[in-house]
Ligand binder design. Structure first.
Ligand code: BEZ
Length: 402
């Protein structure tokens, strides 16, 4: 016989304590962690004015669409957006990034478009350790010598989009090319990537021409190209400046006479503005409007419905930045303070993108197919894959955490 069991005082205590213990256990089981009730602050530092304004808007739209398709939340947490117009001005970049990280206290810093501004953002991301997703700027160093565990890119490295064009032209037996670009990191690195593949394949660069960003006084340069009579011209321009360049090339009488090529930024998002000046232009890029997959068609339909405009490569990159963020947040159940867990999940993520599925290189840059495209009507039609699963410049230049 158990003396304690038969003790009436014990029975009363048991009757009182047990329900209380059950209540505590139930409460613990359904407890909502403190972070779940707080909004996640997403900082969008992008150009909303100037030549690249349209690119910044497309990235913003794409990011927000990915979140909307996820129920408007990430891992159950609501989102608060903090937007900042970086004006594509490198001189203001570090101060702007510092303000949005340290004053506005964003949880994740998304941006930007312009490689010069990107350099300032990378500096602040490295100093503060804030989670940083680059949805366009191709600054090679960001996923090269300046790579860091907290810095990810969902777009491309500048040379990655131009190397395939150099390869294609060399394979076609094109010999003498003039290059022309805005003089800043994106243009320099774009031309370097083109030149790498083109000269390896036997081609020669007869002249490298530049003008300051965002200058659009192309006329004297076009006169010089006409006099040089190269076999072809390779250019890096984007946004409003690209549309103006295509029109000027046609007006100078060069269209159809000296074939013009570029990385796909030359013709992306500007086909309405460029009109028939863009007709038949071939470029290389990691996206094409008319990619014939259910995934791309569903994305294009959803984007057009939400924003009453067709998406372009910038919208896709913003969308993929949203998908990457959702993948990281889901893995840590919304606990963004668990940076190690987020980073590990983002490194492993396979992004089911409208461009096709892609993964992160060890330098946190997409390893992706590079398409050859040709403008047909109001679309960049994919005519082939110029290079499959391209990792360029090679990820081994990045010493993570170094
Ligand atoms: C850049 O500055 O990295 C860039 C800008 C527009 C299109 C592509 C690259």
């Amino acid at each position: 016989m158990n003396p304690t069991r038969n003790n009436p005082q014990f029975s009363i205590a048991r009757r009182r304590v047990l329900p209380a213990l059950v209540a505590v256990a139930v409460a613990l089981a359904f407890a909502v962690p403190a972070h779940a009730q707080q909004k996640v602050k997403v900082g969008l530092m992008l150009p909303y004015t100037g030549t690249y304004a349209q690119l910044g808007v497309a990235i913003t739209n794409g990011f927000k669409l990915a979140i909307e398709e996820n129920g408007g939340k990430v891992a159950g947490r609501e989102i608060e957006y903090v937007t900042l117009d970086d004006e594509s001005d490198p001189a203001k970049a570090a101060d702007n990034a510092n303000r949005i990280v340290n004053r506005d206290k964003v949880d994740v810093l998304v941006g930007t478009v312009h490689s010069g501004v990107q350099a300032g953002m990378v500096k602040i991301a490295r100093e503060t350790g804030v989670l940083h997703i680059i949805p366009n700027a191709g600054l090679d160093a960001a996923t090269g010598p300046l790579c860091a565990p907290n810095i990810f890119r969902t777009s491309f490295a500048n040379g990655q989009t131009s190397y395939p064009m150099g390869k294609v032209l060399a394979e076609r037996g094109v010999k003498n090319v003039v290059t022309l670009t805005w003089k800043y990191a994106a243009g320099d690195e774009s031309v370097a990537g083109f030149k790498d593949a083109f000269t390896k394949g036997g081609g020669k660069i007869v002249k490298e021409m530049t003008l300051p960003f965002p200058n659009v006084e192309f006329q004297p340069l076009l006169t010089e190209i006409a006099a040089l009579k190269p076999d072809a011209v390779y250019v890096f321009f984007a946004g409003g400046g690209a549309a103006k360049f295509l029109k000027d090339y046609q007006a100078a009488g060069l269209k159809g006479k000296i074939p013009l090529y570029g990385s796909g930024f030359l013709t992306d998002g500007i086909l309405e503005a460029a009109g028939d000046a863009a007709a038949d232009i071939e470029t290389t890029l990691h996206y094409g409007d008319a990619i014939d997959t259910a995934r791309n068609k569903a994305f294009r339909a959803a984007y057009a419905k939400a924003y009453k405009i067709d998406p372009d490569v910038y919208a896709v990159q913003g969308y993929d930045a949203g998908l990457l963020f959702v993948a990281g947040m889901n893995a840590v159940k919304g606990d963004i303070a668990n940076k190690k867990g987020m980073i590990a999940a983002m490194e492993k993520a396979q992004i089911d993108s409208p461009r096709g599925k892609w993964t992160m290189s060890s330098a946190h840059n997409p390893v992706q197919d590079m398409y050859l495209r040709k403008v047909s009507g109001k679309e960049n039609k994919v005519t082939g894959v110029a290079v499959k699963a391209l990792d360029y410049p090679p990820a081994d230049r990045c010493k993570m955490g170094g």
